[in-house]
Design a protein around this ligand. Structure first.
Ligand SMILES: *[C@@H]1O[C@H](CO)[C@@H](O)[C@H](O)[C@H]1NC(C)=O
Length: 455
């Protein structure tokens, strides 16, 4: 309690004798409120399998905006330190110190920190995860730790949490949701589609979130399908096609295991579709209730896909769609399919997308190969490890969106994007907004023992 508050409290007991003090205190209140910072700083680490990325956000509560004032990744990922967790301490501390320099000096020691481990950590046995989290106490206890050491949360998070938070980030950055998670009621809520190397996710907010004041975190449906990422599916299709029928899935002339790509989009899609339908059927038979099977969307999710919700397609989806844009704008700029696509991008219909993907796959791989050898001419999201597979990935994306998720062919439902309002469409911002809104006294009290992994 401040002395002004104490005086006010005692005034309640002896009204007459201290009315003056009370008046003085009331006069001071507006000054005190005005003196409170409306910008809060928050630090959050995305501890992924390949590295730990620190974001420091400045959250402007008055304007309802967030800006990342620092983003940087340290490699390798926390899970790589499994055999010697202590080694994780120094690089992480270094990163935090560097990030803290972007926070005004008088605010630094008030900054809460979240460190959330994702897929790489989830793959480790629980005991190993715990020993990594516990070793990080040496980060918070180090005398050079720059942030609020009483307010640290470090733990492994689930794929569903990531999905929920990414949906929140998307709706916050596009002005649909306030920092309190409540809907502005301005436009259709946004869902999120994500495609990585080993899994794919869909996150769908409740259609009710279109109405002002509805809490966006209520009724979000998230499904994560492990084993349905683009690398994984490509390898399976490769294995199933010992006769080389999957050559159709590679641009003309792409070397694939001694064969050469033939670039036939529709043939490729039939092949992928057959395999996926088989896979999801087997999945339904085998894993009765445990793992979600690809394509098992509830009726309300289907409704969202067909109408009430729009979507952002992030990560792999955007790398692939943007690769098709890059190819077509240079190799077939005057083709009517390219013109229609470029006009619509980043929000093409699936029909427009398919037309350009067919053109691209039928194109010569040698040009892509040459462009990719130099960073200055390569596609900005495509290095040599992915270039030969973009045609396959693009066709897989079409099957996923159309046959599995059921997006209508001629509607503009998916916007391909990596950022909105200059910020990454990733889960960390949503995670801190959610944490902040769910625990009004954010940040929460610190754990009393070093078992951070338990939180
Ligand atoms: C939104 O919902 C979450 C739980 O899902 C809750 O903790 C939070 O307080 C709600 N926010 C508001 C502003 O009502």
């Amino acid at each position: 309690m401040s002395s002004a508050q104490r005086n006010a409290a005692s005034c309640a007991l002896q009204m007459d004798s201290c009315q003056k003090v009370m008046l003085l205190w009331l006069a001071l209140v507006p000054l005190l409120v005005a003196g409170d910072p409306v910008v809060e700083y928050h630090a959050i680490c995305d501890a992924g399998s390949t590295g730990t990325r620190l974001y420091v956000f400045a959250l402007d509560l008055a304007a309802g905006k967030a800006e990342s004032v620092f983003v940087k990744k340290t490699k390798p990922g926390l899970s790589s330190y499994v055999d010697d967790p202590k080694k994780a301490v120094a690089p992480l501390l270094q990163l935090l110190i560097e990030g803290s320099e972007k926070v005004p000096l008088d605010q630094r020691s008030k900054v809460p920190l979240l460190i959330f481990g994702t897929a790489g950590m989830r793959m480790l046995p629980k005991k190993k995860q715990d020993s990594i989290w516990a070793s990080l106490i040496h980060v918070y206890e180090d005398k050079s730790y720059p942030f609020d050491r009483a307010h640290v949360i470090a733990r492994t998070v689930s794929g569903d949490e990531e999905g929920l938070w990414a949906v929140l980030t998307t709706n916050f950055l596009t002005g649909r949701m306030g920092h309190d998670l409540l809907s502005h009621g301005s436009s259709a809520p946004l869902g999120l589609l994500d495609l990585g190397g080993s899994s794919t996710q869909i996150g769908i907010p409740s259609a009710a979130a279109a109405a002002k004041g509805i809490n966006f975190s209520d009724g979000v449906m998230v499904k994560s399908y492990l084993g349905f990422g683009m690398t994984h599916i490509r390898e399976e299709v490769r294995k199933e096609s010992s006769d080389g029928t999957d050559s159709s899935c590679y641009m003309k002339g792409t070397p694939v295991d001694g064969r050469s790509g033939t670039g036939d989009g529709s043939l490729c899609r039939r092949l992928i579709n057959r395999l996926l339908q088989q896979k999801s059927q087997t999945c339904r038979l085998e894993s009765a209730h445990s793992e979600p099977c690809l394509g098992d969307l509830s009726s309300s999710a289907l409704e969202a896909v067909q109408g009430s919700v729009d979507f952002f397609g992030v990560s792999g989806l955007t790398y692939v769609a943007d690769f098709a844009r890059w190819w077509a704008s240079q190799q077939a700029p005057n083709h009517p399919a390219t013109k229609a696509f470029l006009e619509a991008y980043p929000r093409p219909t699936l029909a427009e997308l398919e037309a350009v993907i067919d053109l691209m796959c039928a194109g010569d791989y040698s040009w892509v190969d040459k462009q990719t050898q130099q960073k200055s001419t390569a596609h900005q999201f495509t290095a040599e490890d992915n270039a030969p597979y973009r045609c396959f990935q693009a066709n897989y994306m079409l099957i996923l969106l159309r046959e599995i998720y059921g997006f209508p062919k001629d509607a503009r439902k998916v916007t391909f994007a990596l950022e909105a309002s200059g910020e990454d469409l990733e889960w960390p911002l949503g995670a801190l907004l959610h944490r902040r809104a769910t625990f009004p006294a954010f940040p929460a009290p610190p754990p009393m023992n070093p078992a951070y992994g338990e939180l």
